[in-house]
Design a protein around this ligand. Structure first.
Ligand SMILES: Cc1ncc(COP(=O)(O)O)c(C=O)c1O
Length: 427
């Protein structure tokens, strides 16, 4: 980015990696090139009909709403978490924002202390910190540990700093973007021992929680309720990324942080669009149809994710079996010698060559804070018509869905994966 009058914190940043890949794909399509997009992680599913109908019903709502969010919506979000996580939130603990991304940004802005997150992590945590000028710390994870933060590594990080009382926030996302893995209850319990010891606040980014493929998401807030903020929203499980509505659920004793964020919100976005807030009440209240929509979303993502995983695994690609959300995170390290002969040593070069030679578009692992030499890519398996897929899944009694579902309902994913496999076989 050029320009002497750009803030120094921003000058070194590029536009968000996920949005950049979309522009790249559009460019190639314009040149009539065949592209198989595994880039942007947008939900493939439609917004449930009942929720859309609520939006239509409230289209004329035009007044500014309270900064913290519409009371009825906050009540339904609190109830949603109490239902799903067996917690005891009430409306006053909830903050509504224009996407959880903005709420995470506001936390980083308002909080005075150290921000830590595992590497790899979602692409935006780190640039947000850079914009604000925050000091952040990555704790590296590894393939053997399913790219998840271990209690030992958290303990090693905290004890090395020689200041047990240092104020810290850990941002923990699961099911994970970019990996697709998630924490078991035991792993969360082990983390909580360390979190308690060092009195660390957690932002638990559970935006993919309801897209756990078996519907078995478990929040760390149940084990560490006094210091966990649950970050969620309607972008992923409700297919409404473009509606821009995210939620934070605060424990009572973090009111000071909620209040600080409200001040920042009041001077920036004021409140989320009124019709969207009215419509979102329905999403969080839920209904038998929304439950059904979720069950089918989960099993569709499960069959597609596992099919992609199996195909790569059979080629000795290092990959973690997806458990939730819609990402896989294959590492091509076992092919590093062959790739080197093609002049590929970083994941960016890998992503670029695959795009040019096969039309398969992925994101390089370094955008998520990984060493480029690990040759990792992030692939989002969302390039299919989710509404058709749900309708089809509803007609099928088979559970799990058969592999043939992938070819029938997500042909571009099917073809893209075959192109990629063929490319690997020819290395
Ligand atoms: C891990 C993670 N957290 C947060 C977000 C932000 O979601 P939103 O701002 O749409 O609520 C995303 C979106 O891609 C994500 O993948």
């Amino acid at each position: 980015m050029k320009g002497a009058n750009i803030n120094l914190n921003i000058r070194s940043l590029k536009p968000s990696a996920t949005l950049a890949i979309n522009e790249r794909i559009a460019e190639l399509k314009k040149q009539n090139k065949e592209v198989y997009s595994f880039g942007l992680g947008q939900s493939p599913f439609h917004v449930p009909k009942e929720v859309v109908n609520e939006l239509i019903k409230h289209a004329a709502e035009k007044d500014y709403l309270p900064v913290q969010g519409l009371l009825k919506l906050r009540e339904s979000v609190a109830e949603f978490h109490n239902r799903h996580n067996h917690l005891k939130f009430s409306a006053e603990n909830i903050l509504i924002g224009p996407g959880s991304k903005e709420l995470i940004f506001l936390t980083q802005l308002v909080y005075y202390g150290e921000i830590i997150f595992p590497a790899p992590s979602w692409v935006s945590y780190h640039p947000q910190a850079k914009i604000i000028g925050n000091n952040v710390h990555f704790i590296p994870t590894n393939y053997k540990g399913r790219w998840l933060l271990s209690a030992e590594d958290l303990e090693a990080f905290c004890s090395a700093e020689n200041d047990p009382d240092k104020p810290r926030i850990l941002i923990l996302n699961y099911p994970s973007n970019p990996v697709g893995s998630t924490y078991s209850i035991r792993e969360l319990e082990e983390l909580v021992v360390v979190l308690k010891k060092y009195n660390i606040i957690v932002i638990s980014d559970e935006i993919y929680g309801l897209l756990h493929h078996k519907g078995e998401h478990h929040s760390i807030a149940t084990l560490y309720p006094k210091k966990t903020i649950i970050s969620s929203g309607i972008s992923k499980w409700c297919g409404a990324g473009g509606w821009r509505l995210g939620t934070f659920a605060f424990p009572k004793n973090l009111d000071w942080l909620l209040n600080g964020m409200k001040v920042a919100a009041s001077e920036t976005f004021t409140s989320v669009s009124a019709p969207i807030q009215y419509a979102a009440v329905k999403a969080f209240e839920g209904s038998p149809d929304i439950d059904l929509y979720l069950v089918h979303s989960q099993r569709i993502l499960s069959v597609i994710g596992n099919w992609c995983y199996q195909l790569l695994k059979e080629r000795q690609i290092r990959i973690i079996k997806p458990e939730g959300g819609f990402y896989i995170f294959p590492s091509f390290r076992n092919y590093s010698a062959k790739l080197k002969r093609k002049g590929i040593v970083t994941c960016k070069e890998l992503a670029e060559t695959i795009l040019m030679e096969t039309g398969v578009a992925c994101l390089p692992g370094e955008d998520f804070g990984l060493d480029p030499k690990l040759l990792v890519l992030r692939m989002a398996y969302v390039n299919f018509n989710g509404e058709n897929a749900i309708n089809q899944s509803m007609k099928m009694n088979l559970d799990p869905l058969p592999d043939s579902f992938v070819k029938d309902q997500s042909p571009l994913i099917y073809q893209g994966m075959l192109k990629l496999i063929n490319w690997i076989d020819r290395l």
